[in-house]
Design a binder for this molecule. Sequence first.
Ligand SMILES: Cc1cc2nc3c(=O)[nH]c(=O)nc-3n(C[C@H](O)[C@H](O)[C@H](O)COP(=O)(O)OP(=O)(O)OC[C@H]3O[C@@H](n4cnc5c(N)ncnc54)[C@H](O)[C@@H]3O)c2cc1C
Length: 667
Amino acid sequence: MTKLDSRIPEGPIAEKWTRHKNSINVVNPANKRLIDVIVVGTGLAGGSASASLAEMGYNVKAFCFQDSPRRAHSIAAQGGINAAKNYQNDGDSTYRLFYDTVKGGDYRSREANVYRLAEVSANIIDQCVAQGVPFARDYGGLLDNRSFGGVLVSRTFYAKGQTGQQLLLGAYSAMSRQIGKGKIKMYNRHEMLDVVKVDGKARGIIARDLVTGAIERHSAHAVVICSGGYGNVFFLSTNAMGSNVTAAWKIHKKGAYFANPCYTQIHPTCIPRSGDHQSKLTLMSESLRNDGRIWVPKKIEDVKAIREGKLKPTQLKEEDRDYYLERRYPAFGNLVPRDVASRAAKERCDEGFGVNNTGEAVYLDFASSFMRYGKEKAMVEGIENASPEKIRELGEGVIEAKYGNLFQMYEKIVDENPYKTPMMIYPAVHYTMGGVWVDYNLMTTIPGCYCLGEANFSDHGANRLGASALMQGLADGYFVLPYTIGDQLAHDIRTGPISTDLPEFIEAEKSVKDGLSKLINNKGTHSVDYFHKRLGKVMWDKVGMARDEKGLKEAIAEIQQIRTEFWADVRIPGGLNEMNPELEKAGRVADFLELGELFAKDALERNESCGGHFREESKTEDGEALRNDKDFAYVAAWEYTGEPKDAVLHKEELEFKDIELKQRSYK
Ligand SMILES: Cc1cc2nc3c(=O)[nH]c(=O)nc-3n(C[C@H](O)[C@H](O)[C@H](O)COP(=O)(O)OP(=O)(O)OC[C@H]3O[C@@H](n4cnc5c(N)ncnc54)[C@H](O)[C@@H]3O)c2cc1C
């Protein structure tokens, strides 16, 4: 059994990272040329890692299943990226970002990692500005900031509503430089289907060329997994359609522990589901909560009139509106963290106050911001006695400049003009805090196998604060792994190239081929999506925003049943040795069907509420999440032993030396 050693350095928290860098092994520049590293995934985490490792001299082989690194899911990130720069002079600091992140994660993350994240956050902005990332700037030309949920300062850097896209272009241009120099060999349209271990160490991968169907062996001295999150286990989520758990799950099956699988973030501001035909949900960026106010009608008769189309939301008087977040959480108001905002929306909708036909929508209203900004603009432009209409028009212009693309996106999807009527929003699956367990060096429990970005479990505890995923992915790739990987690779300077003819490669390749043949020859009667949708429904209904023992036990049994049916009855058209998107999907759904069970098992085991994990059995009198630090202040790291039901739990006890454990309050 592998022992869990988080390898947290000794010393005061503010010195740990510096001391660690000073004391770990390094590989000299000439020797780096003798070492190969495989990076699976070229989103922000993998793109930044590949570029940095190649820049340092390692030979990098990078893989992604899209046709270009530029299409990684990271490109969808809208709102921004955090950094403790304190440009607003509002009291931000490394410590405050560290504190907010630990508190935001409901005290379920590792202090040392989070402090390091806060510490390197400022470097990320400098790095990206140097790459030419066009962050928004204020009137004086300095970088602008906005605020995200769960914090009392403005520390979010942004590029309109396209922050992920701009950051990814930055990372991609850094990669391209290395691709051009031959230091990165880029394998687009390749999917990793297994990791290869030799003498217990990760020494390569088996990948499928998604265009030809060919199965390939690739070797290296280390393997870095940056394959993103697994929110699509719910079928409907705001993730890109291709996001999946396969790479992470395959390493889990080969010995990497999977941590806190049940920690999932349900984002409060998504466009509500309109029916059963949908295969994707759309996020409206959290940045909108800076200026939008969330409400539902106070009276149930007004809800009915709105649903029947007899009353427009704009006709409802102020006193008839329930700005429930401002009412319940006066200190943070509309900017409470995501888990709190999501549960509050669910609570109102469960009580019957949902404002659309499915009863699952609340309003996000910009009317007061239009007027506030409009008045300011009229003053600035010297317009005296501006009419309310003029003020609103000016205000709409200001909002358009800030969030224009998001408003346009909303109008295209919902066919309603959000400048004229409040947006409707509802929570949706968005991000997974759980993931592959890693130590302080970001190494998994497989020596030589690392995991970065959303695919790992580190840093966000039970709930991620807005704009902190991009920060973590880029911290991992630009500033952490490039140092820590040397600690392991220093032992490989004399190893020489790893042969792909080793029996371990042959065996892994055979097992991948057998698995694919089994799928394609199944000749069942149902499509892959049929099973994925069924899994998603169980996950949402019984392992979603609120969970209880009975529902979780039912979910485990139902997922096992769906898995059995999947293997007996799935039908995949097309062949093995060709481009076959249904086959790709089938492999991913097969893994989701195993992960889903472990997810529910983890949620069942954690009989407390924390962050995004809400157990009905563990709440305060006023319905807030109730943590149980005495019994659950640990990371649950699961070891694969054959079937998800037999997974073995290992506990990494969490120590809080620099932050006092408190019941989280945003009131
Ligand atoms: C709509 C939306 C908006 C968001 N906005 C923000 C925001 O404003 N701020 C913020 O901080 N966070 C935001 N997030 C979260 C953030 O975007 C993600 O957490 C982050 O981009 C993940 O980056 P990553 O590099 O870990 O993974 P990804 O960007 O998902 O990249 C995964 C990579 O792995 C590759 N891959 C996966 N499996 C395999 C395999 N088996 N073989 C080969 N390649 C594989 C893919 O091809 C891809 O290159 C948002 C998320 C969503 C859904």
